[in-house]
Design a protein around this ligand. Structure first.
Ligand SMILES: O=C(O)CCC(=O)C(=O)O
Ligand SMILES: [Fe+2]
Length: 284
């Protein structure tokens, strides 16, 4: 069976990013500490209890992708301040995005931040590449997305640990499907994270337990000039964004994307000004 290389959050970020680039995935133990895990879980608990797994029937595409036994929380930055301030701007995400994304943008931003709670009886998800949401981009293409699953409970094989196919980011044949021996299971304790690239094949695993849910933070970033999967300005509106630190506002996409050659112009202005400045002085 394939494996994902395991490092620690105390390792050199450059080493973590090197493995991510080489294998398309890397596991980082101790990505957040126990107190942070506990705080996030406490802050999202009420919303998670209230979430209805069958609500996804509203959008058949979502149900097909996640199944009907998964509870979702979207726009987690608007629900959990700890998640917003300690996860979204985590230095290891920054290190990975600096290397993988910055060559093609002036800055990167959050693509989405969900908590995915896969319930007992969930079937394994279909294998996919997260970057395929941008279907209009031809291949081959540079890496446009850094993604991750952050364990908010222990991830075990029978409890939907994410399945990842190391090396698949480099497969020339985009239609190739993984064989069982090419699939690794991201088994890891709460607080660890598995980082993977937008081009890496993966899927949520089956939950074969009788009664144990699997809470995982799905967090991804993309080029700052690319339309994001989740509308983060509406998901975390100015009323909430203005209470968050500037670097969180920036990662949510509130700042402008400054012009760089060949990779997007001066994007995201409001009344020709940087919305971050408008937020700071109360004009937004
Ligand atoms: O829940 C998981 O482990 C993976 C989820 C996933 O791949 C996705 O939402 O794109
Ligand atoms: Fe995915």
């Amino acid at each position: 069976m394939a494996t994902i290389e395991e490092l620690s959050a105390r390792d050199e970020p450059a080493k973590i990013v090197e493995i991510l680039d080489r294998d398309g995935a890397v596991m980082v133990h101790g990505f957040i500490n126990d107190n942070t895990v506990e705080a996030i879980n406490a802050e999202i608990d009420a919303d998670m209890q209230a979430a209805d797994p069958t609500i996804e029937h509203i959008n058949p595409m979502i149900t097909a992708f996640f199944g009907d036994r998964t509870k979702h929380l979207s726009s987690v930055a608007a629900i959990s301040r700890t998640f917003a301030t300690e996860v979204l701007v985590h230095p290891i995400y920054r290190a990975a995005c600096d290397v993988m994304l910055l060559p093609n943008c002036a800055n990167y931003h959050l693509n989405l931040a969900h908590v995915i709670n896969r319930g007992p009886g969930s079937d394994a998800q279909m294998f996919h590449r997260d970057e395929d949401v941008w279907i209009h981009m031809p291949h081959p293409r540079p890496e446009m997305q850094v993604a991750s699953m952050l364990a908010l409970v222990d991830f075990t094989e029978d409890r939907s640990a994410t399945m990842i196919v190391p090396g698949s980011h480099r497969w020339a044949d985009r239609a190739r499907q993984p064989t069982p021996d090419e699939i690794a299971h991201a088994v890891m304790p709460a607080g660890s994270a598995v980082l993977y690239l937008g081009s890496t094949i993966h899927a949520g695993g089956a939950n074969t337990t009788a009664d144990v849910w699997r809470r995982g933070g799905h967090v991804s970033f993309c080029w700052g000039w690319l339309r994001t999967e989740e509308n983060n300005y509406l998901g975390t509106p100015p009323e909430i964004a203005r209470t968050l630190p500037r670097e969180v506002q920036e990662i949510l996409g509130y700042g402008v994307h400054d012009a760089i050659a060949d990779a997007g112009g001066y994007l995201g202005v409001v009344r020709q000004e940087d919305p971050i400045d408008l937020l700071a002085d109360g004009r937004l």
